[in-house]
Ligand binder design. Structure first.
Ligand code: PEP
Ligand code: CO
Length: 453
């Protein structure tokens, strides 16, 4: 595409999934306020993440991308942020140790407040209301007043993102991830004795290795902290535009390190692709089972005309049972084009089901099946799965069925907290990391493929 780009050039394109506000002047005032506030992340950090993702594209690192489906403003509080950080750190430790590969941590946090919806309205208690579109847009309460898009939420989203990111950075700077402090790595409420034992053995071996390395005179800040990058779906383009800053002739979205384009907004000539082609940030693109290989190649032409590794992550979310048919044509087309992308697997969004009473859930076994089949396809085709993308939480919620606690549908009501999609809880997430680590370890050793279960 040779037309000139500007942070607002998306405005002349068709656009999906945007709220309709009653008071446009109030929206403009809110956006002007956001535009005047300081960046949440630095361009140098964004460049650093691109370098990390370039390594993942070459198979030299593995991306762990995870967090809430929809962050809520009320979760901008110490415990939920600590829990989220902790599960991401613990999973990355398991993956690093098991797979002997550096793990790039990207949180769905500090800005994941806007949601695409399949319908503009929903029926709650017999009343038809506008759909909840995330705290960035409207309130979850089932009243017409709460569901009215509120421009003030554009400003509130910035401040909640800032407070979340600030606390995450403070925790990491303050030693939250210090490998010398094993209590930071304890198993919380994992009930499975096997998993607890396996994890404790792993921590003991790491501390042993650390003691040896330091005895040998090696001191590294790398043992004391880790990098964590922020990300969210770049859905509300007016907000994203307000977060866009020019630096030495290049444009950065300084609201998050990484952003992704959702399955519902990746149309080639539409607004979202137009916006993202002009910013330096690494960009993810979700690919559902209907993604056509040609469309994906054209998306890459637009988003990464120079094929810079690390620029685009293709996140497949096909659904268990669909991977064998849908993934090979995509992988083969990209490979044949000679392009370098990070292949990531989101085994959540193709596996959402509803219980008889209408509760959204996901079966851990189907999540695992999609992951297993995706790994197998990449192995068969000689490409590399460079990362995974999960909806998860560090808390002991009951939203997905199965896993080490063997949650059933009857358990869902016990602690169903998500305002959007069901997330893996702490124990389910950690189990996922163990299984994945074992699988990646075997890949590294060139061993026969072990089952994921
Ligand atoms: C999401 O990641 O929460 C999401 C809505 O995903 P997708 O665009 O893949 O449906
Ligand atoms: Co979701």
């Amino acid at each position: 595409m040779s037309q000139p780009w500007s942070p607002g050039s998306w405005r002349s394109r068709p656009i999906q999934q945007q709220p309709r506000y009653a008071d446009e002047a109030a929206v403009e005032r809110a956006l002007a306020r956001v535009k005047g506030l300081p960046p949440l992340v630095a361009p140098g950090e964004i460049d650093a993440l691109r370098q990390q993702l370039a390594r993942a594209a070459r198979g030299e690192a593995f991306v762990l991308h995870g967090g809430d489906c929809a962050e809520r403003f009320v979760d901008c509080a110490p415990e939920p942020i600590e829990a989220k950080l902790k599960i991401l750190l613990q999973m990355s430790l398991v993956l690093t140790w098991g797979a002997r590969i550096p793990v790039v941590r990207v949180g769905r946090l500090a800005g994941q407040y806007a949601k695409p919806r399949s319908s503009d309205t929903e029926v709650v208690g017999g009343v038809t209301l506008p759909s909840y579109r995330g705290d960035h847009v409207n309130g979850i309460e089932p009243t017409a007043a709460a569901r009215e898009p509120d421009p003030e939420r554009l400003v509130a989203a910035y401040f909640h993102s800032a407070a979340t990111l600030n606390y995450a950075r403070a925790l990491l700077d303050g030693g939250f991830a210090d490998l010398h402090k094993p209590h930071h790595w304890n198993l919380g409420f994992v009930r499975s004795a096997t998993h607890r034992a396996e994890y404790e053995a792993l921590v003991a071996r790491i501390l042993d290795a650390l003691a040896f390395v330091e005895l040998a005179g090696v001191r590294s800040a790398a043992f004391e902290t880790v990098d964590l990058y922020s990300s969210h779906e770049g859905l509300l383009l007016a907000y994203e535009e307000a977060q866009t800053t020019e630096r030495d002739g290049r444009y950065y979205n300084t609201g998050a390190h990484m952003l992704w384009i959702g399955e519902r907004t990746r149309e080639l000539d539409h607004a979202h692709v137009e916006y993202f082609r002009g910013v330096e940030n690494p960009v993810g693109v979700k690919l559902g089972p209907t993604a056509a290989p040609d469309d994906v190649l054209r998306l890459l032409d637009v988003l990464a005309p120079d094929d810079a590794p690390g620029r685009v992550t293709l996140i497949t979310r096909l659904g268990a049972g669909r991977v064998d048919a849908a993934l090979p044509p995509l992988v083969e087309a990209v490979r044949a084009s000679g392009r370098t992308v990070v292949w990531s697997c989101d085994p959540m969004h193709g596996n959402t089901t509803k219980t008889a009473d209408g509760t959204k859930t996901r079966e851990v076994d189907r999540v695992l099946a999609e992951l297993r089949d995706t790994l197998a396809v990449h192995d068969r085709l000689g490409t590399t799965l460079g990362g995974v993308h999960f909806e998860l939480t560090g808390e002991d919620v009951t939203e997905c069925v199965g896993g080490p606690q063997e949650l059933g549908e009857a358990d869902l009501a016990r602690r169903y907290d998500t305002t959007c999609d069901p997330r893996l809880n702490y124990a389910q997430s950690l189990e996922m990391a163990f299984l994945l680590a074992r699988r990646l370890q075997a890949r590294r050793a060139g061993a026969a493929e072990p089952p994921l279960r």
